[in-house]
Design a protein around this ligand. Sequence first.
Ligand code: ZN
Length: 317
Amino acid sequence: MKKTAGIHHISAIVGHPQENTDFYAGVLGLRMIKKTVNFDDPGTYHLYFGNEAGEPGTIITFFPWANAYPGAVGGGQTGVTSYVIPLNTMDFWEKRLESFHIHYTKAERFGETSLRFNDPHGLKLELVERESGKENGWSFGDIKPEYAIKGFGGATLYSVRPEKTMETLTEVMGLERVGEEADIVRFKSFGDIGNVIDVRKFPMPRGKMGVGTVHHIAWRAENEADHLDWQKTVREAGYMATEVKDRNYFNAIYFREYGEILFEIATDPPGFTVDEAPESLGSELKLPPQYEAHRETLVQSLIPIKLPGVNDNKGHK
Ligand code: ZN
């Protein structure tokens, strides 16, 4: 049976791209690893943030819509995105969130403490200390690699048919059911990052797509051959998997599982260094070949954004 290593990336719909960038790069200290356009709507951005190398399991991507309607987090969505921080760094992160006046709560689950808060557009996030996942080499001001977010711990899925979603995780995606506590059932994949998936075990009222909601969660495929094999597996399981789409940095297929959550399966290669050197990831607007001829027009329709500097922190205090 096929097994995915875990989460490849998570993609969400958010508001103003500068607020989005200030939060993920300036507050959480992630690296902007790619600034490109939405391939289906090239007048808007597609922004990617991850660890230093932009590795699978660390990548959150955003479709920022400055004037769009807010959505509602609920059933049929990836409800909470969980990040993993190094052991013994919770105090550092509490102080950091406090310095930006970000309200958080703490919760216990499966013997771990998580720090829960929302991003500026309402996306639900949490930080959890874990040993797994390698150190993120990216530094941003006080966020030295020994404190930096390593990547995804995992996600909490809000399903409208939890039993079906759980069955898809174990029977199609190859995850293992590892525990149950309160209203959560926990699953694990074999990777060491983006590998802990929680499912709310009671059906959730349907959410509404819009600003502040996750659009889809993508799972890892090793390479193109493995990806085609996944497409076959997903179709044989009765799902309507799309054709393979070339997303420049990976190939993608999509299907909506029976709990109504949009799943993608994405290839690890070629990755984000396909059109930019590792040291300059995210520094320029990158366009796929089909839009390169329209660069000037596109740039005029995009809202200018800049990466926050380390000293911009002070402005938030
Ligand atoms: Zn995706």
